[in-house]
Design a protein around this ligand. Structure first.
Ligand code: ZN
Ligand code: ZN
Length: 644
């Protein structure tokens, strides 16, 4: 199916594709022209191509040894600008992973049938260093926005941010459709929405496992089932269609007993007996062999670590790991330790958990963080956020001595009850180092069983496939490679390859009925959308690229005044630079640059009126080239040419 898609991409006979490809090729050659350009002699024709094709500041932006924004994003940009597909005939159901199949996070899946659109999850993704200054990445809903009058429901599987976090940013674009979810998740959603004053109260329809209700206008039904995951009240969805049931558990793991026999899987068994058309399943931990740890194992592991602690204990975990926190409080009670909770999100989540009877500490267990010193050190447990070394998290504030109440002291035991999210290795290392420097004993997940993943490992994923026995399968949630590994597992378990559709990228369109499943060559827009401060979607690729250049090689601003009548540069051009080189120590280089600016400008002022735009480009080109030759750096060159 992927191959088909690829063919569609490249088939030269197809007129439209051909045109699109040319566009891309043009872009490419514009790039390579620029490269050649800086090495070769000046060539007017080439410059013209690149001038037309490339935007401001980009010519010296291309830096092959450093990774910029993934190219696939640009490629897709060209293809999907038109927002075409819809036309869903009644002989198939359509599934579109809007986000979450090229990354971990930003999960969103759209299902279309006739005049109904159902959306499953609306998550955000935390940016990597590719996106400097950006707060979150969210799914691109521009296609869904166009057809918002057909959106009948958003189902939210659970309250983790990669499933629910984009809601406040997209709900209006989606036309405020009803949100179907469980009580606890609903409480989290309402809490979050209350921070967005301009949003109307979310229209939430509370559901629970076992519920069955009609959805939309085309005769579809929702059924819900319980799901084991790292947050309370997770729920899976079965969408009953004309062709059969579509099963989407969201994030899951499989509960098991000590001998690795799966338990509490009756609901999956039942689905399998009834027959399942399509399984849409997460692939987060597909590369990890065996089973993920259980909550019981973690509780035991934590208890044995806590028992050995001589002084205070500080346990850091994710604020969304509510069940873990509940366990930690229970163990603390057992060991006679008072508990102080630190961290805003953790406190809020625990308040909600209390309201929903998930969390019921004894009357005098919880103490205020200010009162910690009133108790003997071996009677204190502090639970906080910050196990990932996140800036401004409670634990990092403590370590940086910015917390008013808690300072690390000798005999403290700090337990990091989380694994390291990829990309956070450095901050976690600094955190461990600084804790150790200040005399704390640090225990992390590689030293003791103090954490278990909330996502199924390969063996558990296999268990689910064997129980549900779907006819068709779409792997989601993970990088493309994860999805392929998941497909391989399904095939090992006996599923024919033609029954599996691995989404080629976000925005891929998959059609299926009871006969077959196929990816079509069309797709919908799915390039990422950024959230930065108050802006949603206004930090585009160009802005990010500029931020990357500025971060890597700085900026070089040239200011020159040209006499309109004589065509000569008046006085010496001004130069301002940040993050490139220290100007005061580079007088010789600056002298040379000024000479180049002057000669470049004056070579182009023979015509009247003076073409400032053209001269600006020439100066950018020449100065950029010169700086690269002499420093092997490519700062952003910004010429400002003024006529007088
Ligand atoms: Zn989750
Ligand atoms: Zn997730």
């Amino acid at each position: 199916m992927i191959i088909e898609k690829k063919k569609g991409f490249l088939d030269p006979k197809k007129k439209k594709e051909n045109k699109e490809n040319k566009k891309i090729e043009n872009k490419k050659s514009a790039n390579s022209a620029t490269f050649k350009h800086s090495a070769k002699k000046h060539n007017k024709k080439e410059t013209k191509v690149s001038r037309k094709k490339m935007s401001m500041g980009s010519r010296y932006a291309v830096k092959s040894r450093k990774r910029m924004i993934p190219t696939i994003t640009h490629l897709r940009d060209d293809i999907t600008l038109g927002i075409k597909p819809r036309k869903v005939s009644k002989d198939h159901v359509r599934v579109i992973p809007i986000g979450g199949v090229e990354e971990v996070g930003r999960n969103m899946i759209a299902v279309e049938y006739g005049n109904d659109i159902i959306i499953m999850d609306a998550g955000l993704e935390f940016p990597t260093s590719d996106h400097p200054g950006v707060d979150y990445l969210i799914p691109n809903v521009s296609y869904l926005k166009k057809y918002k009058h057909l959106i009948r429901a958003i189902v939210i599987s659970h309250g983790h941010l990669d499933h629910v976090g984009a809601l406040p940013y997209v709900i209006e674009d989606l036309g405020n459709p009803p949100i179907y979810t469980t009580g606890f998740t609903a409480a989290l959603i309402k809490k979050k929405h209350s921070e967005f004053k301009h949003l109307p109260t979310p229209n939430i329809i509370q559901v629970k496992k076992g519920d069955r209700l009609k959805i939309g206008k085309e005769g579809m039904f929702f059924r819900f089932f319980g799901v084991e995951h790292a947050i309370p009240d997770s729920i899976g969805t079965i969408l009953e269609t004309k062709f059969g049931d579509i099963v989407y558990p969201g994030d899951f793991k499989v509960a098991r007993d000590k001998d690795n026999n799966p338990v509490e899987v009756e609901e999956y068994e039942e689905m399998g007996k009834k027959g399942v058309l399509l399984l849409i399943l997460e692939s987060t931990n597909i590369e990890k062999e065996g089973f993920s740890g259980t909550d019981e194992e973690v509780a035991e592991g934590l208890e044995s670590v806590y028992e050995k602690a001589k002084g205070r204990i500080i346990t850091a975990t994710f604020s969304s790991q509510i069940e873990r926190v509940v366990d930690i409080v229970k163990i603390s009670e057992k060991l006679g330790r008072k508990v102080a909770v630190l961290g805003f999100s953790l406190k809020t989540n625990l308040e909600l958990a209390k309201e929903y009877n998930i969390f019921a500490p004894k009357k005098d267990t919880l103490i205020d963080i200010k009162d910690v010193d009133k108790y003997p050190q071996n009677k204190v447990m502090i639970i906080c956020t910050g196990g990932q070394g996140e800036e401004n998290s409670a634990l990092v504030r403590i370590v940086n001595k910015r917390d008013r109440n808690i300072k690390i002291q000798k005999d403290d035991t700090v337990v990091l009850s989380s694994s390291i999210v990829p990309g956070n290795e450095r901050p976690v290392q600094y955190l461990k180092d600084n804790l150790a420097r200040q005399g704390a004993k640090v225990i992390h997940y590689k030293m003791a069983t103090v954490h278990a993943s909330g996502h199924a490992y390969r063996e558990e994923v296999a268990v689910l496939h064997k129980l549900v026995k779907p006819k068709f399968f779409i792997p989601v949630h993970g990088f493309y490679f994860n999805l392929v590994r998941h497909k391989e597992l399904a095939m090992e378990l006996g599923m024919p390859e033609k029954n599996i559709a691995v989404p080629f990228c976000n925005g891929t369109i998959i059609n299926l009925n009871d006969q077959k499943i196929e990816q079509i060559k069309d797709s919908v827009p799915a390039n990422f959308v950024t959230v930065d401060g108050l802006g949603v979607g206004d930090v585009k690729e160009v802005v990010l690229r500029d931020r990357n250049i500025l971060a890597q090689d700085g900026i070089f601003v040239v200011f020159a005044v040209v006499d309109e009548t004589t065509g000569r540069v008046k006085t010496s051009p001004d130069i301002i630079s940040r993050g490139f080189i220290y100007l005061r120590e580079s007088q010789e280089l600056l002298h040379e640059v000024r000479r180049i600016i002057r000669s470049t400008i004056e070579a182009n002022t023979k015509i009247h009126p003076i073409d400032v735009g053209f001269i600006t480009e020439e100066v950018r080109e020449e100065v950029g080239k010169f700086l690269f030759q002499h420093t092997k750096r490519r700062p952003m060159v910004l010429p400002v040419i003024v006529r007088v």
